[in-house]
Design a protein around this ligand. Structure first.
Ligand SMILES: [Zn+2]
Length: 255
């Protein structure tokens, strides 16, 4: 039996697409709500190497949306990356799942991101996103942003040479004066995190298999009041990151 039969039967993937997925390497930064869903889908889809990065421990409030974890994991206060990897190895032992029980920081960015083809942002931290953005701009790696709070989520694929996350946030900062909204204070629907992470994985699979249908722009969804928008993503010529390569986060790397 071929475990990927239902996927290789899909016309846009086929055996060729599957081969590409099996030889791909992806880092998932964060193993919370988004990271549980995205690493689950990536490992089951047969991405050959998945590195799960998270320094946090599991607690009971995580279980409503962090779908890889059990009450036992929460009781043991297990590390998220380790617990996620353990559950996923049981789901697909034919690919490599690596667990890194650390937070992504400037000092370990090169060690954790240099040998992957693509980075999935599953963090809940703007600082981590800016670090991923700077690293990926500098090293010409695609990465896929995802964010979800309450019933509102956003996702976008940032590709080498295109507009970057700083281009995007320089626009939204002017329009949006609600800083640092977090799931801790605003809550989040578990169906939303599943949607956003699944959208991220879809773009990842397209990128890794060379599809020409990767979504351009930032997809915004509001699932309670039913709003879906595709916001344009434009390159800011004055962007400090992709324009001038002035890095705020990466500069600490060699100090
Ligand atoms: Zn930029």
């Amino acid at each position: 039996m071929d475990r990927y039969a239902r996927q290789t039967n899909y016309r846009n993937l086929g055996e060729e697409g599957q081969k590409k997925l099996l030889s791909s390497r992806v880092a998932v930064v964060g193993a919370g709500a988004l990271g549980c869903v995205s690493s689950n889908e990536l490992v089951r889809a047969g991405i050959g190497f998945v590195r799960i990065i998270d320094g946090d421990q599991i607690d009971l409030t995580n279980l409503h949306r962090q779908i890889l974890y059990t009450e036992e994991d929460a009781k043991a206060q297990a590390n998220k990356a380790q617990a996620a990897a353990k559950h996923l190895r049981a789901a697909n032992s034919s690919v490599t799942v690596e667990d890194i029980g650390e937070h992504l920081v400037p000092e370990n960015a090169d060690r954790l991101l240099s040998d992957v083809d693509l980075v999935i942002d599953a963090t809940d931290s703007m600082e981590a996103r800016y670090l991923i953005n700077e690293y990926c701009v500098e090293h010409k790696k695609p990465w896929i942003y995802g964010g979800a709070v309450g019933s509102e989520g956003m996702t976008a694929a940032f590709l080498p040479g295109g507009s970057c996350f700083s281009c995007f946030t320089s626009v939204t900062k002017k329009e949006n004066d609600v800083p640092d909204r977090s799931c801790r204070t605003f809550g989040v629907l578990n169906s939303l995190t599943a949607i956003i992470a699944s959208l991220q994985v879809t773009e990842a699979v397209k990128l890794l298999t060379g599809a020409d249908t990767v979504r351009k722009g930032v997809l915004f969804v509001e699932i309670w009041d039913n709003e879906v928008k595709l916001l344009p993503l434009e390159k800011d010529p004055d962007c400090p990151v992709c324009g001038k390569r002035e890095y705020q986060y990466l500069k600490f790397r060699d100090e």
